[in-house]
Design a protein around this ligand. Structure first.
Ligand SMILES: Cc1ncc(C[n+]2csc(CCOP(=O)(O)OP(=O)(O)O)c2C)c(N)n1
Ligand SMILES: [Mg+2]
Length: 357
């Protein structure tokens, strides 16, 4: 017998659950202002999430997917990206979108069903949220190919969930990205659940990271509740892709602390004990503990930051609520250059006109 292939998967953690640095201290951890900046994006994302849920509960926003507990994946990743890299998010990467310059008002418009929310004023080349699970992975390969053909130094960054790694789209995208050495970073945000399906029922793979191996590139696991480690691993993957080294799959180990979306009730399929255990690992408290012990972060600093984040969120909510709705016919007017005849009647119905059905 000849062994023809072997592989291993590394897991990286720099900040443990108590907020204590383990192993090498990354440069960014020594820079108080940089740490505070990352922390603020995470706190802001959490404040935004809570407010978005309240808006949905009071009938002023559509179905919303909270990123509670997953803020470090989004912020660490976006912090490592260059402005002209291209983010292809799924629906739980609010922190990354905000950090990259999408405004809170735009996010609220999007989740309120207004497509103008996807016409970002910042991050112009980033893709809108992708709701069909994993279907943006082939788009990421396409973006990577365009970057490669143009000889640009940018990277396409595609984020999806653990469940999405079971999708053909994701496998196909990873395969072609490996075959063509495309500048793409795939990030599987493993929050342990795909709505009510646990990670253990999703795949027989020991890690999701190893799904990269069959595509011919490296897969790595990172503690997704550790913003320093996420940033570090993302940096390495981005630099590799930028310098012609091809793709990486990053599996970020995190947890969905909230319901799947506002139309879900997670208490029906998972127990409080499990959720409680994961609250002890969560990313915001972890970074706060680090700031407190290492950078003299005080209770007053904390209160001031929380207040300013809430004020920022409230200003965005006011702007969102004051935005006039698009006319009902806009859904027809912007979908097709020339409206197919089959839809003409429907457009009339939407406008309340009498006509054939
Ligand atoms: C193609 C497709 N099938 C089914 C759904 C319904 N759906 C929405 S989210 C989701 C689970 C996704 O799980 P995961 O990829 O782990 O992402 P998470 O929601 O945990 O962030 C499903 C099945 C969908 N949006 N798209
Ligand atoms: Mg999931």
């Amino acid at each position: 017998m000849t062994r023809v292939a072997e592989f291993s998967v590394d897991r990286i953690q720099l900040l443990d659950a108590a907020g204590v640095l383990v192993g090498d201290s990354p440069d960014v951890a020594r820079d108080r202002n940089r740490v505070i900046d990352m922390y603020r994006w995470m706190v802001l994302t959490r404040a935004f999430d809570a407010r978005a849920i309240a808006l949905q509960r009071t009938g002023r926003l559509g179905t919303y997917a909270s990123s509670l507990g997953q803020e470090a994946v989004a912020v660490g990743l976006a912090d490592a990206m260059e402005r002209d890299d291209v983010l292809l998010p799924s629906f739980r990467e609010h922190g990354a979108q905000l950090r990259r310059g999408v405004t809170m008002n735009e996010l609220l418009l999007y989740w309120g069903g207004d497509e103008r929310g996807s016409d970002f004023s910042g991050a112009r080349h980033d893709f809108p949220c992708c709701i069909p699970v994993g279907s943006h992975a082939p788009h990421a390969a396409g973006v990577g190919l365009a970057i490669q053909l143009r000889g640009e130094p940018w990277v396409a960054v595609c984020v999806f969930g653990d469940g999405a790694t079971s999708k053909g789209d994701v496998y196909e995208a990873m395969n072609i990205s490996g075959a063509w050495t495309l500048p793409v970073v795939f990030v599987a945000s493993n929050n342990e659940w795909s709505i009510s399906v646990p990670r253990s029922a999703q795949t027989a793979c020991e890690t999701l990271a190893q799904k990269a191996v069959a595509s011919g590139f490296e897969g790595v696991q990172v503690d997704g509740n550790d913003v320093f480690a996420v940033r570090e691993v993302a940096n390495r993957a981005l630099e590799k892709a930028r310098s012609g080294g091809g793709p990486t799959l990053i599996e970020a180990l995190t947890y969905r602390l909230g319901d799947h979306t506002t139309v879900d009730d997670a208490s029906r399929y998972r127990d409080d004990e499990e959720v409680g255990r994961h609250w002890k690992q969560e990313p915001v408290a972890r970074l706060r503990a680090f700031l407190t012990t290492t950078h003299e972060w005080t209770r007053e600093d904390e209160e001031t930051m929380i207040e300013s984040c809430h004020a920022e969120v409230e200003a965005a909510v006011e702007e969102y609520l004051a935005t006039e709705s698009q006319p009902v016919e806009s859904i027809f007017d912007y979908l097709h250059e020339k409206l197919p005849s089959a839809y003409a009647g429907q457009r009339g119905m939407a406008l309340g006109e009498e006509g054939d059905r």
